[in-house]
Design a protein around this ligand. Structure first.
Ligand code: SAM
Length: 444
């Protein structure tokens, strides 16, 4: 790999006798990994090879996945660089906490945080870029999450709505991406010494807003996928000088390096951070640091904001009675004919919302049409009827075709549709015809 000359020179100076091994690692292939969704699945039921677990990460394995197979469509797996998986794992979010993933798209950390929280409490997944926020939202849907609020705000805007609100905030910052060079050589095109400085400044602006949203005693997790000290140790050192935050010790597992005090004004506390170098760890480059804000560390409960008035829910109730089993939603709200079980209920003033909790469905004239998110979020036992497709039927169905099935005793109406016993879509049964409700945007 042809690395930029300034990059080579910089790391020769910084890493000295380790530089040759570090620079040579860029000629090796990037390491791939994936995580299983513990909200849905156990390893023995997926098609992927789960023979190489990633140490110290729950439900994670080395290897590549097929983005078009049923495991992916049904939200049972997520592709992610093994190093990146340590961020949420070190964040250790507790069930029922209020957690913010401030720079969240496409959703690697969000899906992992939600899994660790067992989809309880409140997870706010924010992304500044609108089209990336949509991708984030579709990954939240695929993962079957019920208590995640997806927002599309700048950190400055978001901070106006959530002063000292969160128990835990993850800032997986936009960075110069040096740790991605092996995976995506295009990342190198943007790289320059000036770009690193620019990224470091932008990260400081983001961190200032993150601190405003963190409650006293709350945890701030800062990560980048770059080796640059300006964006890593120097930013953390600046942060601890500017605000009342202390660095918490992280366990340095095999292959993990410590943060480098000498790269951050000789602040010895920086040793507590984790650096992942590709010549030491089987993954791409990463930096992770966990800090705690001074103050009361008692965990807060998930309080709700003001509630909204509901229209007549008869159509929804009829749908539940005919289609579902043992479901309880206690935060129902309606927005523009769409019914949600809200992750958070707002008064008049609210951030730019892309998805608020679980989208249950839409009121259309005299009927209720369930949303794709609902079929992906419920357990198989929560459907009155599940129709299992054969391989050929599955291929036709994900193309958007209706099917003629051998109807042996199914009732007319909504059914969950599965393949390999993985539920992936709604269908509507009329006699022997299974109408197709697999979303148009996902059809293959
Ligand atoms: C490293 S990526 C996040 C990856 C994500 N956490 C994951 O695990 O899938 C950084 C994100 O920050 C967003 N971003 C860019 N500029 C930003 C800014 N000024 N404030 C907040 N986020 C920003 C980018 O659009 C990008 O989605």
């Amino acid at each position: 790999m042809q690395l930029p000359a300034d990059f080579i020179q910089k790391y020769q100076q910084l890493l000295k006798n380790q530089a040759a091994e570090f620079l040579a690692s860029f000629n090796n292939e990037a390491t791939a990994g994936f995580r299983l969704n513990p909200l849905k699945v156990q390893a023995q039921y997926v098609d992927e090879d789960c023979s190489q677990p990633i140490a110290h990460i729950s439900n994670a394995y080395y290897g590549t996945i097929n983005g078009n197979n049923i495991d992916h469509l049904a939200g049972w797996i997520y592709s992610q660089d093994p190093s990146a998986m340590h961020v949420a794992q070190f964040a250790q979010p507790n069930p029922h906490e209020r957690v913010l993933d401030l720079c969240a798209a496409p959703g690697g950390k969000t899906t992992q945080l939600a899994a660790l929280m067992q989809d309880t409490g409140l997870l706010v997944a924010n992304e500044i870029n609108r089209s990336r926020a949509r991708v984030l939202s579709s990954n939240v849907e695929r993962w079957g999450l019920q208590h995640t609020l997806v927002t599309n705000n700048s950190p400055q805007e978001l901070a106006k709505y959530f002063p000292e609100f969160f128990d835990c905030i993850v800032v997986d910052a936009p960075c110069s991406g040096e740790g991605l060079f092996r995976k995506d050589s295009e990342a190198m095109q943007y790289w320059s010494l000036e770009y690193v400085q620019k990224c470091a400044q932008r990260q400081r602006q983001i961190l200032i807003e993150a601190v405003k949203m963190l409650r006293p005693g709350g945890r701030l997790i800062y990560s980048t996928c770059t080796f640059a000290p300006e964006e890593d140790e120097q930013n953390i050192n600046w942060l601890t000088q500017k605000f009342n935050l202390t660095i918490l010790p992280l366990h340095h597992y095999e292959g993990m390096d410590c943060g480098r005090p000498e790269w951050g004004d000789n602040n010895l506390e920086l040793r507590k951070a984790v650096r992942l170098f590709p010549h030491h760890y089987q993954g791409e480059g990463h930096f992770i640091c966990v800090l705690q804000k001074a103050g009361d560390a008692v965990a807060t409960s998930t309080a709700k904001m003001n509630t909204t008035k509901l229209p007549n829910l008869k159509l929804w109730q009829e749908f539940v009675d005919h289609t579902l089993v043992d479901v309880h939603f206690d935060s129902l709200i309606v927005q523009k004919n769409t019914l949600y079980n809200a992750a958070l209920e707002f008064s008049q003033h609210h951030p730019q919302i892309v998805r608020n909790g679980l989208m249950l469905g839409e009121f259309k004239k005299n009927r209720f049409e369930p949303n794709h998110a609902l079929v992906l979020a419920l357990k198989p036992t929560q459907f009155q009827q599940v129709i299992e497709l054969e391989a050929e039927q599955f291929q036709h169905f994900i193309h958007g075709e209706a099917l003629i099935i051998d109807n042996q005793g199914y009732n007319k109406g909504w059914v969950a549709v599965s393949f390999e016993h993985k539920i992936f879509s709604w269908g509507k049964l009329v006699g022997t015809q299974l109408k197709n409700f697999y979303p148009k945007g996902l059809r293959q």
